[in-house]
Design a protein around this ligand. Structure first.
Ligand SMILES: [Zn+2]
Length: 563
């Protein structure tokens, strides 16, 4: 008994010693961080030279996003989210990139949802009206301004919203109710729409529109019949004309149509049966627009179905940990990187990343099936090319529980060696950014653009699970290799925005198994035994993750029983 008391006493002493210090240092870090972002903001706002650089804007926006992510419940964190929206809208007005506008809308919507009591909530609502007004979407703008009056009758934005409503009704009367539409500027080049692809299952559809260059887009959801349209401009249908109507029969969609809507506008229409939500983002090199549609699952929810618990957890964002973890891991998607025309990184003597990771993937598949009894789906089982968006689409449409992307690292610094595991987030370092740029086969500049669209993924619960999965695999893989090989360097778990992980619905990681650019590691990667050791190490990590998951579930169940 006294042992216990002594332990409590020493804990109290420790808290007395460290408590105030910890509180003080947390507050101090926040103050320092806020000071830093404020300086970034004023440097940008006072330098016209900097404002010409898109990257400067994105860097500043990112700093505010990170501050919000780290301190979401503080006044500074809330202000940071609001400023993110403001900066993204300013950025749109300068460069006219549709994604910036989407980011502004997301930031303001998050703000209204998360902080309805904040005195900036009505400002955020008003800004949504301003964005719609800028786009010429009169009815949406009116709706937003009306919401300011109705939801925040005592807010300081009330007079401004009322004035805008009056202005819009005058303008509408003058135009005879016509809505402003995107028009073609003289001499503007029309991008060609090359085709449309899709993947789907009972609760998920991904539609990809291939374009031969960057276009802007706007979306709207219409009722009677329920449909979502996406206008791409300036654009025209390519030749040969892509298929104009795609038959698609699932619980979310009735069909997909594409047509030249106006001279410079191509419209893609998704005829909706029943959907939960949708998300749109763009990828570069080649340019494409990706539409992810999530269903409500109802049609697939048959009694006794193996996936019922998992469907239940996906339906509601507010489920308990037990429900979230569902039945545990049953199905894994293994994604050997690159393939076909894309060799990936190439070693000093010519070893190709695509061949190495395919072999490791096939070995891992056999091990998982034999030793864990899980079902395995390979994104590719041969040497063929697969676009990045296709890989997650396969994982999502198979309802997989885990997604593992396999790669080999490369660096211009010949001495770089070791093993690292990534999960999707804003880049944790310039080196992580470089790795993401290489794996995305794009430039660091494009990655900065991608950072911005990650904003709404920051609150995704899969981030924590992915981070735990990355930790389990990294630890097990490194220790397995260290038992048999010398100089295995542990580069740790890192974060970066990888296209291949974007939109994955399950915990997902990307493993850089070794540096193919390092002569000694390339030599090892050529050997059957080393590849098998890597596969075994990953297997041990997956097993560790699944065991942890089971323990977490049983702790939670015990905790619930005790209450
Ligand atoms: Zn790779």
């Amino acid at each position: 008994m006294w042992i216990k008391r002594r332990r409590v006493l020493s804990l109290v002493c420790l808290m007395l010693l460290w408590g105030p210090l910890l509180v003080w240092s947390a507050g101090d870090t926040l103050r320092v961080r806020e000071q830093e972002v404020r300086e970034l903001y004023y440097t940008l706002k006072t330098s016209t030279a900097r404002q010409e650089q898109r990257i400067e804007w994105l860097r500043t926006i990112r700093a505010f996003q990170l501050l919000w992510r780290d301190y979401p419940q503080t006044a500074a964190g809330k202000r940071a989210l609001f400023t993110t929206g403001k900066l993204a809208f300013d950025l749109y007005r300068r460069f006219h990139k549709a994604e910036d506008l989407q980011n502004a809308i997301r930031a303001y919507r998050w703000f209204i949802t998360l902080y309805p009591q904040s005195r900036l909530a009505d400002d955020a609502q008003f800004q949504l009206g301003e964005i719609a007004r800028q786009l010429g979407d009169v009815s949406q703008a009116q709706e937003a301004y009306k919401a300011v009056l109705q939801r925040y009758p005592d807010g300081d934005m009330r007079p401004k919203a009322a004035a805008r409503l009056q202005e819009l009704s005058l303008r509408q009367a003058w135009r005879g109710g016509d809505r402003e539409t995107p028009s073609r500027r003289a001499g503007e080049r029309l991008q060609q729409i090359q085709g449309i692809r899709h993947w789907s299952n009972q609760r998920y559809t991904r539609v990809v529109v291939d374009v031969d260059g960057p276009v802007q887009f706007r979306t709207n959801r219409l009722t009677q019949p329920d449909r979502l349209y996406l206008d791409l401009f300036p654009a025209r249908l390519g030749y040969p004309t892509p298929q104009q109507a795609l038959a698609i029969e699932n619980s979310q969609l009735k069909g997909i149509r594409i047509a030249q809507n106006r001279p410079a506008v191509v419209r893609v229409v998704l005829d909706i049966r029943q959907i939960h939500s949708y998300q749109i983002f763009t990828l570069n090199d080649p340019f494409r627009v990706v539409i992810d549609v999530l269903g409500t699952d109802r049609d697939a929810d048959t009694p006794g179905s193996r996936r019922t618990a998992q469907q239940a957890r996906k339906r509601s964002p507010h489920v308990s940990l037990v429900q979230q973890l569902g039945l545990g891991v049953q199905k894994v998607v293994i994604d050997p990187g690159h393939g076909g025309k894309d060799p990936g990184a190439i070693g000093p003597t010519g070893l190709q990343e695509k061949d190495v990771v395919l072999d490791i993937g096939q070995k891992l598949r056999r091990l998982i099936e034999r030793e864990l009894g899980w079902e395995v789906v390979m994104t590719r089982d041969g040497d063929h090319f697969l676009a990045l968006e296709e890989r997650t689409a396969i994982a999502n449409s198979h309802d997989a529980d885990l997604f593992i992307s396999l790669h080999a690292n490369a660096s211009p610094r010949r001495e770089s060696r070791g093993i690292e595991t990534y999960f999707l987030d804003l880049a944790s370092s310039p080196e992580a950014m470089e790795t993401a740029a290489r794996e995305n086969s794009t430039s660091v500049r494009h990655i900065s653009d991608l950072q911005a669209i990650l904003q709404d993924l920051l609150l995704n619960t899969k981030r924590n699970e992915s981070s735990r999965l990355a930790g389990a695999v990294q630890t097990a893989l490194v220790s397995a290799l260290q038992k048999r090989y010398t100089r295995i360097e542990n580069l740790g778990v890192k974060q970066a925005p990888f296209y291949v992980l974007l939109g994955a619905e399950m915990p997902s990681i990307l493993i850089e198994t070794s540096f193919i650019s390092h002569p000694a590691e390339e030599k090892r990667l050529k050997k059957e035994a080393y590849r098998l050791a890597i596969a075994r190490g990953i297997l041990a990590g997956l097993k560790r993750y699944a065991d942890q998951t089971r323990r977490l579930v049983s702790w939670q169940q015990q905790g619930m029983g005790a209450r």
